[in-house]
Design a protein around this ligand. Structure first.
Ligand code: 13P
Length: 342
């Protein structure tokens, strides 16, 4: 295991949580990312989920959004591949058709319930359209409520575009991520720390590597300053790839570039890394993950926390018809198994 100076400082500087709380957080983070299982991201906002339903010809409303999330969670065998599910605030407060609240139903299945707590992005003034993620106001109160209702972990997504990210943009987003992460740990919730470098565009692999490196270095600097214990977080980064409109490269090259950036920036104290899929096709992200997992002596557990790569086929197959539920669930399970056996 690589031990960086940053890691040593973090372990020594741990002040905000007791040893018992930390061992629980560390155990949860390990549970989420090890054993060949990964985290299902089903936390689209009401606006995004409604748009995705409507794109498949399904009327959008709280009931169809609930039915779709129920279809995902209750797929028979899902807990074999999935350790945790990220829910939106709406779903977290909804009940399955049998009356059980979603967080309780997930726990009964052996799947840890998580909650997306950021409230989305807005332009950062004076930064050419770069975005900052919002949601820190009253976050402590909200986390206390989610913890009381069974949340094991949370998620906050910062978004970086390769054309607008500079050190100030990286620092501002990293600062918000660190404040969120420290608050989560104070409430006994494992923070998923998600700095996503978008892959739209035609940029080269090296551009993604540079922006991802800047974002991750800023994140770990701010987590350190905020006193966040790295043993109780899960990192959710993008794969380092050329832009989606640039010529594709072999999966092994993506895995090697991603590993190089991670090794440079992510302390070995982090127990697990769960990748987002970012709009890449399912087969591609499974290949990237497979090649990364094959790298020997990695310092961290590595797994998936895909959204679209796992669920898009299921949504299309379901099309809102009760008769299609079983077939849709099978599509979800097939994709989870592909990601798992990567
Ligand atoms: P995708 O895998 O669809 O990128 O979603 C993951 C996620 O949680 C984005 O915040």
């Amino acid at each position: 295991m690589r031990t960086t100076g940053r890691r040593r400082r973090n372990l020594e500087g741990m002040t905000t949580t007791t040893p018992t709380e930390m061992s629980t957080l560390a155990e949860t983070a390990r549970q989420m990312t090890s054993g060949g299982r990964g985290v299902l991201a089903a936390d689209e906002s009401i606006k995004t989920m409604s748009a995705r339903l409507e794109a498949e010809g399904i009327p959008a409303g709280d009931v169809t959004r609930r039915d779709y999330r129920e279809l995902l969670l209750t797929a028979d065998g899902l807990p074999d591949s999935v350790s945790g599910i990220i829910l939106s605030d709406e779903t977290f407060g909804q009940e399955l058709s049998d009356g059980r609240p979603f967080p309780l139903a997930a726990r009964e299945l052996g799947i840890l319930p998580g909650i997306k707590v950021d409230t989305g992005t807005t332009p950062l003034p004076g930064q050419g359209g770069a975005l900052i993620t919002e949601g820190l106001d009253r976050l402590g109160t909200r986390l206390a409520s989610y913890a009381g209702r069974g949340a094991a972990f949370a998620k906050w997504r910062a978004v970086f575009d390769v054309t607008t990210t500079n050190s100030y943009v990286a620092r501002a987003n990293a600062h918000a991520l660190a404040r969120y992460a420290a608050l989560c740990q104070e409430h006994g919730i494992v923070p998923i720390v998600e700095p996503e470098v978008l892959c739209n565009g035609d940029h080269a692999l090296a551009v993604s590597a540079e922006t991802t490196g800047l974002a991750l270095a800023s994140v770990f600097e701010e987590l350190d300053r905020a006193g966040v214990d790295l043993t109780g977080i899960v990192l959710k980064p993008n794969f380092v790839t050329p832009g989606l409109d640039a010529p594709a490269i072999p999966a092994g090259d993506v895995a090697a570039a991603t590993y190089e950036v991670l090794l440079d920036t992510v302390p070995a104290a982090v127990p697990g890394i769960a990748f987002l899929s970012g709009g890449h096709p399912t087969a591609d992200v499974c290949a990237f993950l497979s090649d990364l997992i094959a790298i020997p002596e990695r310092p961290w557990h590595v797994t998936f926390s895909f959204g679209r790569a796992l669920v898009s086929d299921a949504l299309r197959t379901w099309a809102g018809a009760p008769a299609n539920v079983a077939a849709a669930q099978q599509r979800l399970l097939d994709n989870c198994r592909s990601a798992q056996s990567s």
